[in-house]
Ligand binder design. Structure first.
Ligand SMILES: [Fe+2]
Length: 233
């Protein structure tokens, strides 16, 4: 086998190190109690993590709602600001829809349990991919992506979903309403991004968000069509 020979060759090719100086002998009084700082023998290295730095943090790296011009991607500030605002709305709504899918995946009940249980989880995974794509687009544009649940709840346009367990048709109706709110915004925002010259945002919205949401609407909608189970009407 070639691998061991290669490893051996690399070892022999390595330059010879100068002989290490003899280790310093620890002073007789080196057995001081462990105070946490410099717990090793090297006083220049403190291996203790510095905790609770958030309690006395300076100003944040960047404030939410602002855009930086850090990345040279050929877009002016007004375009970036407009796209970031639109994308954060889509992000908050997509995070909410993603989490609604997982809620329904867990809580679904009834004769269609198995297929909806699987379908809801598949859509959850696809929405999770959209969340990441939207958030990373916001960062590329120089913005700050909304992330935490409390901030998402404030920003989302999707009505609050109750904690209670609901019937499958109600779950489906809530999902379809969420999809439609996102899709309406997508159509509006895609046009605005196109007008401002932000092709990347336009492409993300059309190629990923619109396509995925429309496909999911189809798969979910067909579960609330009144149709006979065993005998034609
Ligand atoms: Fe699961």
């Amino acid at each position: 086998m070639a691998a061991p020979a290669k490893t051996a060759a690399l070892k022999t090719a390595a330059p010879k190190k100068a002989a290490a100086p003899a280790a310093k002998k620890a002073p007789a009084n080196a057995t001081a109690p462990n105070t946490g700082k410099g717990a090793g023998t090297n006083p220049a290295v403190d291996i203790q993590p510095i905790l609770n730095q958030q309690n006395h943090a300076p100003a944040p790296t960047q404030r939410f709602g602002t855009v930086s011009q850090r990345l040279p991607i050929g877009l002016d500030e007004a375009t970036r600001q407009s796209s970031v605002t639109m994308l954060n709305q889509l992000l908050a709504d997509t995070i909410t829809l993603r989490d609604m899918y997982k809620k329904h995946h867990w809580q679904v009940v009834g004769p269609t349990f198995y297929q909806l249980h699987l379908l809801f989880d598949k859509h959850y995974e696809e929405q999770a991919e959209l969340v990441d794509a939207i958030a990373e687009r916001i960062q590329i544009l120089g913005g700050v992506a909304v992330a935490m649940a409390h901030d998402v709840a404030e920003l989302s346009s999707i009505p609050r979903v109750p904690r209670d367990r609901e019937e499958a048709p109600v779950q489906v109706s809530r999902l379809l309403d969420g999809h439609q709110r996102i899709l309406k915004n997508c159509h509006d925002y895609a046009g605005k991004a196109d007008e401002s010259g932000d092709d990347g945002t336009n492409d993300l919205i059309v190629s990923q968000l619109v396509r995925t949401n429309e496909m999911q609407v189809w798969f979910v909608s067909e579960h609330v069509v009144e149709s006979p189970l065993t005998r034609a009407a």
